[in-house]
Ligand binder design. Structure first.
Ligand SMILES: Cc1ncc(COP(=O)(O)O)c(C=O)c1O
Length: 386
């Protein structure tokens, strides 16, 4: 079992940060790598041609390893989830009345591209809503998703978990049914990859897009994409010189090259060789691979299990462990709680969580400990008394 890794971070002792789902802290090695990149920028004569290419290959190889992909050429580095989704939508042709299946209250970067695509082809968005009942809610949700997949489904675009409450979707069963109807399965792994095991070989999505600044500890402005064979000969949304064959030969750049580098390379964003970002991302992914997502998930389970019981005793509603994650979960607050008083109290005690209506989203990592939840629960108790 992993021990806490507080020493690798710089979070002040009086801060309880339970909001990695919004923005992760850089651990020291990532921060130092960024400084190294900044120093290189200060002295540009130290930047060599290989600095634009070799670290990117190392980074793609690391991400490929993390998500169980054999060929790094299937990975593209991109600036955001919306960029990845735009690339995907740009390479899908639909028939009139085809259906694009999404989940209710999905993150907007995984919705707008689908709305645009549906409009273009006069296709239909089908949104599978969360069931009303609290009992077995996510179990029923998964059943409803499976039932919504039919011969009309052309695309399924969803997360591995719901970003706002950690509800865990049964991607294995969803993928199986998607394949039966030849629907494309597009996964947004932003709130799961890095903290929850995921294997492309096992789930076989057609694409996986993933923000890099949350559970992958990269800088804001970095993200990753895996593209399967459907996208092998597609159109990128921009034409950057570095994605063409032989771009390493700086003297021949104006011998304009018609061929892209293999597979997903064409979909990488321009200036993907950012020697500041890439250095930070490499350090981050190395460390995550070393910790392993499974050990991170187990650690989060360990530090949250007592808190979850205590919160339930206070009247909070939290999904069963079988159907949610431990690094990120939603707490439905009890009726009658004074939410404004709770917000103030948490802020007074430097406790950082995400609020959404009657829900709190908790997200934790290896710099958190079971202690972090004690003050949270005290604040909750006093808000119930107010
Ligand atoms: C599920 C999910 N996808 C994507 C994003 C970020 O999207 P983008 O990189 O387009 O800003 C977030 C941010 O909170 C998220 O929670």
């Amino acid at each position: 079992m992993l021990q806490h890794q507080k020493d690798l971070f710089n979070i002040p002792e009086d801060i309880t940060y339970l909001n990695t789902a919004a923005q992760s802290p850089s651990f020291k090695a990532v921060y130092d790598a960024g400084i190294k990149g900044l120093k290189q920028k200060k002295l540009p004569h130290t930047i060599g041609i290989s600095d634009y290419f070799e670290p990117v290959i190392e980074l793609k190889t690391l991400f490929a390893k993390l998500v169980d992909v054999d060929d790094f050429n299937r990975i593209a580095t991109i600036p955001s989830v919306s960029y990845g989704m735009a690339t995907i939508a740009n390479n899908i042709k639909l028939k009139e009345h085809d259906e694009i299946l999404i989940i209710s209250e999905q993150f907007p970067s995984n919705v707008y591209s689908w709305q645009k695509l549906a409009k273009k082809y006069n296709a239909k968005i089908i949104t599978v809503s969360a069931p009303e009942s609290k009992k077995d809610r996510t179990k029923q949700w998964n059943t409803n998703i499976l039932e919504a997949i039919s011969e009309k489904t052309a695309v399924i675009a969803m997360g591995h978990i719901h970003w706002s409450n950690g509800s865990l979707f049964n991607l294995k069963a969803i993928s199986k049914k998607a394949k039966r109807y030849q629907a494309l399965l597009i996964i947004d792994g932003s709130q799961s990859i890095g903290a929850l095991p995921f294997s492309v070989k096992e789930i076989q999505p057609d694409a996986l897009i993933c923000a890099g600044y949350k559970w992958l500890f990269g800088p804001y402005g970095c993200a990753y994409a895996y593209y399967g064979s459907h996208f092998d000969d597609g159109e990128p949304i921009e034409e950057n010189w570095s994605n063409r064959l032989n771009s390493e030969d700086f003297t021949g750049l104006t011998n304009y090259e018609a061929q892209y580098k293999p597979l997903a390379n064409r979909y990488s964003v321009g200036e993907n060789g950012s020697f500041i970002y890439v250095k930070m991302q490499i350090e981050a992914l190395k460390q995550i691979i070393d910790w392993t997502p499974k050990a991170i998930q187990d650690y989060c389970k360990n530090i949250t299990s007592k808190a979850v019981k205590d919160l339930e005793q206070l009247g909070c509603n939290i999904e069963n462990t079988e159907f949610r994650t431990h690094h990120l979960f939603g707490i439905e607050l009890p009726n009658g709680i004074n939410i404004e008083a709770l917000k103030k109290d948490l802020s007074k005690h430097n406790i950082f969580v995400s609020f959404r209506g009657n829900y709190i989203r908790i997200s934790c990592h290896l710099f958190n400990t079971a202690e972090d939840f004690r003050t949270l629960i005290n604040c909750m108790t006093s808000a119930l008394e107010k």
